[in-house]
Write a protein that binds this ligand. Structure first.
Ligand code: 5RP
Length: 224
């Protein structure tokens, strides 16, 4: 199975958890996009759901597929969120934000009864940190935060977009990608980052994922 096949298998298994009438958090990224495509097929066949997209890109995709979307002025509780990840460890801790959407993703996940994380096999790691941890920061604070974040034991870099301009999130902030190599204490790092003025949100998701669905060469593996 290619990585694309693995993502597709994980997305298909996750969509099977969706029931009529649900309010759904719709993740961002290539794996989540496959899930949204499959959801679109079910909606076109008559399924009635409301989606809360975690990015402008996902909102556009969902709308084009005929999936009803809403904001928190219309819904308060989300039944189920399905999203991708950049890394997942054996404790179901995640690094997210490779697509720059982890702020909205974390808000949506935090308001969800259940979060299912879907990914291809390579995203499963023994220890988080080989993937650079995305930290969304207020633009004003970025130059001051670079040395402070570096002092936590990483090499930080300001994310650029495909045109070599600075990348802006959907909320207009910058992202500092932090190369830790390995993160030995994700909980304490998460707390430290959360309490730094200027940091809007980091990509460590601890105690968010209820179920992990990994696409493998043999099908899917479901954890939790
Ligand atoms: C976006 C994310 C994505 O879920 C994560 O980057 C995984 O994306 P992909 O499925 O394309 O590898 O956190 O902010």
């Amino acid at each position: 199975m290619t990585e694309d096949d693995q993502k597709q298998a994980a997305a298909k298994a996750a969509v099977a958890y969706i029931e009529d009438g649900m309010v759904l958090g719709l993740g961002t990224g290539s794996c989540a996009a496959k899930m949204v495509d499959l959801l679109g097929e079910r909606v076109q066949a008559g399924l009635n759901v409301i989606g809360i997209p975690t990015s402008e890109a996902t909102a556009k995709q969902a709308t084009n597929l005929g999936i009803k979307i809403a904001g928190f002025d219309q819904v308060k509780i989300i039944d189920l969120t399905i999203d991708g990840t950049d890394e997942v460890d054996p404790q179901r801790r995640l690094i997210k934000g490779g697509g720059g959407a982890h702020l909205r993703e974390k808000i949506v996940a935090s308001l969800s009864d259940r979060m299912i994380v879907i990914a291809e096999a390579k995203k499963r790691v023994q220890q988080l940190g080989a993937f650079k941890l995305p930290v969304e920061v207020v633009r004003f604070s970025a130059p001051a935060l670079m040395p402070k974040i570096s002092a936590l034991g990483c090499t930080p870099s300001l994310r650029q977009d495909s045109k070599d301009d600075l990348f802006h999130t959907d909320e207009g902030n910058y992202i500092i990608d932090c190369d830790f190599g390995a993160i030995s204490e994700p909980e304490s790092l998460a707390l430290t980052l959360s309490t730094m003025p200027g940091v809007v949100e980091h990509g460590l998701f601890i105690d968010y994922a209820d179920t992990i669905i990994i696409g493998t060469n043999d099908g899917v593996e479901i954890i939790g």
